[in-house]
Design a protein around this ligand. Structure first.
Ligand SMILES: O=C1O[C@H](COP(=O)(O)O)[C@@H](O)[C@H](O)[C@H]1O
Length: 246
């Protein structure tokens, strides 16, 4: 039985802090159970607000961050120092966790234009890294929590409606993102859905139609968010403004 849950919070700030508390606890539980935690981060307005909330969550001091691997669900294929980089926006979290034992070798950023000539090469390198850290025979680590933002068009990671899809596992290059910048690297839906728990982070009235649409039948092409499902749980962590059509 795969748990499916919708939790409605007052506003974006309350949602970010609620997710942060849930994430710190989930990471502590994963380490207690398996000695390691694999967490996939997301960019976007609520995604980055959540990372800032983790950086100030009092319970963070109780986690052995040296046992945490951070991954990305998607990244913009731009220079590493670009303000468009999800990883750069997350530095607020990593700087806070540096003081708590975080090993930067376990913060796995997706490639930038400084390192690779094309997004395909960056995606191939990330696919290889996922496999390198995976259990025997698997394409990627068993992610304990995989977080995704969702756009008003129901895109998740950099998987946009009615765009080319890959049935592969790993990461793929995206060149025609309707949301700038156009060139990106994204986990595929298959890899997203290999996670134990997938959390969708949704805030804002402009997301209400897509959030409602994603609760109906699966339609990966037109409503990518509708196709997201963790192997153990799928949690929609939303604010009141986004939930008005549920
Ligand atoms: O471009 C992106 O957009 C999505 C959603 O962002 P949001 O601001 O509408 O929440 C984000 O999850 C993704 O990481 C990012 O690359």
């Amino acid at each position: 039985m795969i748990a499916r849950q919708i939790v409605i919070h007052e506003d974006l700030a309350a949602t970010a802090h609620g997710i942060a508390a849930r994430l710190v606890t989930s990471i502590a539980d994963a380490i207690a159970a398996r000695g390691v935690a694999h967490v996939v981060l997301t960019g976007g307005s609520l995604g980055i607000a959540t990372l800032a909330a983790v950086a100030e969550n009092p319970a963070r001091v109780s986690v052995d961050w040296s046992k945490v691997h951070f991954w990305w669900g998607d990244e913009r294929f731009v220079p590493a120092d670009s303000a468009d980089r999800n990883a750069g926006q997350a530095e607020v979290l990593f700087a806070a966790l540096d003081q708590l034992g975080l090993d930067r070798e376990t913060v796995h950023a997706m490639g930038s234009t400084d390192q690779y000539d094309c997004a395909e090469d960056a995606a191939a390198a990330y696919t290889a890294l996922l496999a390198q850290e995976a259990p025997e025979g698997a394409a990627s680590p068993a992610f304990d929590v995989l977080m995704l933002g969702m756009g008003p068009d129901s895109h998740v990671a950099s998987l946009f409606p009615n765009h080319t899809r890959s049935a592969e596992l790993g990461a793929i290059a995206i060149h025609d993102s309707p949301k700038p910048p156009p060139h990106r690297v994204s986990l595929t839906m298959g890899t997203i859905n290999s996670a134990r728990e997938v959390w969708l982070l949704v805030a804002g009235a402009e997301k209400a139609p897509a959030l409602a649409a994603a609760q109906h039948e699966v339609n990966e092409a037109a409503v990518p968010a509708s196709a997201v499902q963790g192997t153990q749980a799928t949690r929609w962590l939303v604010d009141r403004a986004a939930a008005t059509l549920l």
